[in-house]
Design a protein around this ligand. Structure first.
Ligand SMILES: *C/C=C(C)/C=C/C=C(C)/C=C/C1=C(C)CCCC1(C)C
Length: 251
C-alpha cells in the first residue's frame, strides 16, 4: 500500500510540473468557475429578457467547471483521457448553447421546432462522436464522418436555416454583430474539436500528434467556445439594456 501511495505522489508531481495537458485541465477548471460566477452575478445588471440568456451562460460554464474538476482528477490519477466525463459535459452544455441561439432569435419568431432540430443534430454529433472515440482504431473515421454530418447541419441552420432567417429580421446592429461573432465561434471555434478527434489512433492526424494532445485540443476549444460564446451574449445583453434605458429616459 505504502509504495503505491508514494509512487502516486511522484506521478502527481511529475504531471503537475511538466505536463501541459494537466496544466490546461487546471486552468480550464479555474477559468470555467470564474466565468460562471461572473455570468451569474452580472444577471442583475441587464434587463429582464436577457437574464435568462446570462443564466444559461452561467449554467454552461458552471456545468463545465464541475466536469473539469472531475476530469482533472481523472487525468492526474490515470494519465489518460476522461472521455466519458467529457461527453457527459458536452451532452449537457452543447444543447444549452442551442438554447442560447433560440433565446437570441425568439423575439423574431423562433419556435420550439427550431430548438429541437438544433438539439437533435447536436445529440447525433455527440453520440456518434462518443462511439467513435470508444470503439477502437478501425471505426473511428466512420463515426467521425457521421458526427461531422450532425455538426454541419448545425452550421447550416445558423448560416442559412431558421436561425439565419430569423436573425435577419432584426434591425438591431448589436444583435447582428453578436450573430456574426457566434457564426465565427461555430465554424472556427467548434472546428477545433474534430481536429482534436483526428489525433486518435488510426485517424488522419495520428502520426502528427501524440494521442495525449487530444485533451489539449478539447481543453482549448472548450475555453474558447464556452467562455467566448458567453461573453458575446453578455456584450449584446449589456448593449441592448443600455439602449433600452436611454430610450426610456428620452421618451
Ligand atoms: C462546450 C462544448 C462544445 C461546444 C463541444 C463541441 C463539440 C463538437 C463540435 C464536436 C465535434 C465532433 C466532430 C464534428 C467530429 C468528431 C467527433 C466530435 C464529437 C469531436
Amino acid at each position: 500500500m505504502k509504495t503505491l501511495i508514494a509512487s502516486e505522489l511522484v506521478g502527481l508531481d511529475l504531471i503537475v510540473n511538466s505536463d501541459p495537458v494537466a496544466i490546461t485541465f487546471f486552468i480550464g477548471y479555474m477559468a470555467m468557475f470564474a466565468s460562471a460566477v461572473f455570468f451569474f452575478f452580472e444577471r442583475s445588471s441587464v434587463d429582464g429578457k436577457w437574464k435568462t440568456s446570462l443564466l444559461v451562460s452561467g449554467l454552461i460554464t458552471g456545468i463545465a467547471a464541475v466536469h473539469y474538476y472531475y476530469m482533472r482528477d481523472f487525468y492526474m490519477i490515470t494519465g489518460t483521457s476522461p472521455t466519458a466525463f467529457r461527453y457527459v459535459d458536452w451532452t449537457l452544455t452543447v444543447p444549452l448553447m442551442c438554447v442560447e441561439f433560440y433565446l437570441l432569435t425568439k423575439p423574431f419568431g423562433a419556435k420550439t421546432p427550431t430548438l429541437f432540430k438544433l438539439i437533435l443534430a447536436s445529440l447525433v454529433m455527440l453520440i456518434t462522436g462518443y462511439i467513435g472515440e470508444t470503439s477502437g482504431i478501425d471505426n473511428n473515421i466512420f463515426w467521425g464522418v457521421l458526427s461531422t454530418l450532425g455538426y454541419l447541419y448545425i452550421v447550416y441552420e445558423v448560416f442559412a436555416g431558421d436561425v439565419a432567417k430569423l436573425s435577419k429580421a432584426s434591425k438591431s446592429p448589436e444583435l447582428l454583430r453578436a450573430m456574426f461573432l457566434l457564426k465565427i465561434f461555430i465554424t472556427l471555434g467548434w472546428a477545433i474539436y474534430p481536429i482534436g478527434y483526428m489525433v486518435l489512433p488510426g485517424n488522419l492526424l495520428s502520426s502528427v500528434f501524440d494521442v495525449k494532445s487530444i485533451d489539449l485540443f478539447y481543453n482549448l476549444a472548450d475555453a474558447v467556445n464556452k467562455i467566448g460564446f458567453g461573453l458575446v451574449i453578455y456584450s449584446v445583453a449589456v448593449a441592448e439594456t443600455k439602449k433600452n434605458r436611454n430610450a426610456n429616459i428620452t421618451a
